[in-house]
Design a protein around this ligand. Structure first.
Ligand code: ADP
Ligand code: ZN
Length: 533
């Protein structure tokens, strides 16, 4: 019933002014309110905050004292505490921006048990001083609940790993009777298992919300002059809209922003190499004005809450599906139609693989990263529903969405099994003939039977594979190579990206692997190598 002052629905309505819970909020709140541990996986914008704020208020009203919220984002703590105080909930944060006087005042409020929610960064929570304060609260029965926000920061597999999060397992060791709720918007199996392990949440009930963002339309197009494609996309579909364009490097951010500006788009650059002043100014403009296109590295986005971002565009491939999901998830938080648009080509596959191969990380980590990249490449190459694949990655079953490029305009497919065998056997012949390696452009010339200078120089017109792929277009060949690299049957090496077979290529050569590829949409253009694809 809503009669009791600790009833969740009553708190939702009276304190927050919302009529009803969303999705799994109520089940989560009841579970935590009764003292259970919980791991909450909910997409950005899904309403995670209420999942610990409502139980915090209910338990405080029941005389159980203070809820400690661990959060890595100072800006977010500030906003949340402001909103709570405005709603009449006694909340505060402790972080390095406070004066000694303010800190002491908040500590007094906490120690008296009057405070309902205390927000703190992980590095503070694990200090001996703070631990002593928690001990004292705990002894007096005034330590109510721990909420661990952005819980994926504890996982080394994720993109936001924070050393300090590892220490948080001590909350369980020291205060086993105090319930904990961990929350995150990152939810692949591996990260999930890692969070449970590292935060000792084995007893926790896991609440998984749907990660579907039905208002976002997913589109992934083959790269063919990315900038021009981007401009056309913005002009045709998002004239005057706010959007974010993600690029991999700072240099590309600046070049792209300049170029869009010259084309009449209100574009601003954002990356970690810009002055803090400039960054703040650009961010403010983006938040306040209606039609700013922010061209940015991934330094931009975390903690930015602008509901009416109408599109997120990727000029470069993100690191993995979680990154893609998080970055595209910044579009359409108001629930209105929005676009997630990406252009992707052979060079993206090569670059991302290279970055992982060249990184100083250990073998296991690299293997893991490669696995994650492969899943993203499969999404990019998919000829069926993007959303089905995306959700499937997060463990969700769904049916074709009707709101992605592949659903709206099903691409033609072709059986590339034979073409793949031809490409691999041609590379094999190169090795046999002179032990030499060649890049994609030369390989395609040989396959298509073009007597270029280089072909003649290496006498490749004499190979049995010369001209065996003349019936396959260059765009199709590029797709075949991209797919072979994506699947790990081919590898690129050195500064010229020469192609090399991997052990698994043998299975393809033997005809044990079937390749069904999407038919390239655009008519192929001549004279382009790996760089421009
Ligand atoms: P998350 O942390 O999961 O990204 P938030 O907790 O910031 O999401 O919530 C996103 C938005 O949805 C906020 O503006 C919040 O007030 C609103 N919201 C959450 N739950 C409800 C609800 N039950 N009814 C109405 N609005 C809600
Ligand atoms: Zn679809």
């Amino acid at each position: 019933s809503t009669a009791s002052p600790t009833a969740p629905l009553r708190i939702l309505q009276e304190v927050f002014g919302y009529p009803a819970f969303r999705g799994q909020q109520q089940a989560i709140i009841e579970h935590v309110g009764q003292g259970g541990d919980a791991l909450v996986l909910m997409p950005t914008g899904g309403g995670k905050s209420l999942c610990y704020q409502v139980p915090a208020i209910a338990r405080h009203r029941a005389g159980r004292g203070v809820t400690v919220v661990v959060s890595p984002l100072i800006a977010l703590m500030h906003d949340q505490v402001g909103a709570l105080e405005e709603a009449g909930v006694h909340a505060a944060f402790l972080n390095s921006t406070l004066t000694l006087e303010d800190t002491q005042k908040i500590e007094r409020e906490m120690m008296s048990g009057r405070l309902v929610l205390l927000y703190a960064a992980p590095e503070r929570v694990t200090t001996p001083r703070f631990q002593a304060q928690l001990d004292s609260l705990h002894e007096r029965g005034l330590l109510s609940l721990f909420a661990i926000d952005e819980a994926h920061c504890v996982s080394q597999w994720g993109h936001d790993f924070r050393e300090d999060y590892l220490q948080l397992s001590l909350l369980h060791e020291r205060y086993p009777s105090v319930p904990r709720i961990a929350l995150t918007a990152t939810a692949d199996d591996l990260t999930r298992a890692d969070i449970i392990e590292r935060l000792a949440l084995h007893e926790a009930q896991v609440f998984i919300s749907s990660f579907d963002r039905p208002n976002i339309r997913y589109q992934i197009v083959e790269k063919d002059n990315a900038r021009a494609q981007l401009l056309r996309f913005i002009q045709d579909e998002h004239e005057g809209d706010a959007g974010v364009v993600y690029c991999q490097s700072r240099k590309k951010v600046e070049e792209t922003a300049d170029w869009l500006k010259a084309e009449g788009i209100h574009a601003l650059p954002y990356h970690a190499g810009l002055d803090a002043d400039v960054r703040r100014r650009h961010q403010d403009k983006f938040l306040r004005e209606e039609s700013v296109v922010m061209v940015a590295t991934i330094a931009f986005g975390m903690g930015i809450d602008k509901p009416d971002v109408r599109f997120v565009a990727h000029l470069d491939l993100p690191k993995n599906i979680e990154s893609y999901y998080q970055e595209t998830g910044r579009a359409g938080r108001d629930g209105l139609p929005a676009d997630a648009w990406m252009t992707y080509g052979l060079a993206d596959v090569v670059n991302q693989r290279r970055m992982i191969d060249d990184s100083p990380a250990g073998e296991e980590f690299k293997r893991n990263q490669l696995g994650k990249l492969d899943a993203l490449l499969a999404l990019a190459e998919a000829h069926d529903c993007r959303r089905v694949r995306l959700l499937n990655y997060f463990g969700e079953e769904s049916s074709p969405c009707g709101n992605c490029d592949n659903c709206l305009l099903p691409p033609a497919t072709w059986d590339a099994t034979e073409a793949a065998r031809k490409a691999l056997s041609c590379i094999y012949r190169f090795h046999q003939q002179g032990g030499q390696r060649f890049g994609a452009v030369h390989l395609m010339d040989v396959l298509r039977g073009k007597p270029t200078d280089k072909v003649q120089q290496y006498r490749h017109q004499e190979l049995s594979t010369f001209g065996i792929g003349a019936d396959v277009s260059e765009a199709q060949w590029r797709a075949v190579l991209r797919q072979l690299i994506a699947l790990g049957h081919l590898r690129t090496e050195g500064e010229y990206n020469t192609l090399e077979l991997t052990p698994s290529a043998r299975a393809v050569l033997r005809g044990e692997v079937t390749l069904l590829l999407r038919q390239p949409s655009d008519t192929p253009k001549r004279g382009k190598g790996v760089k421009s694809t």
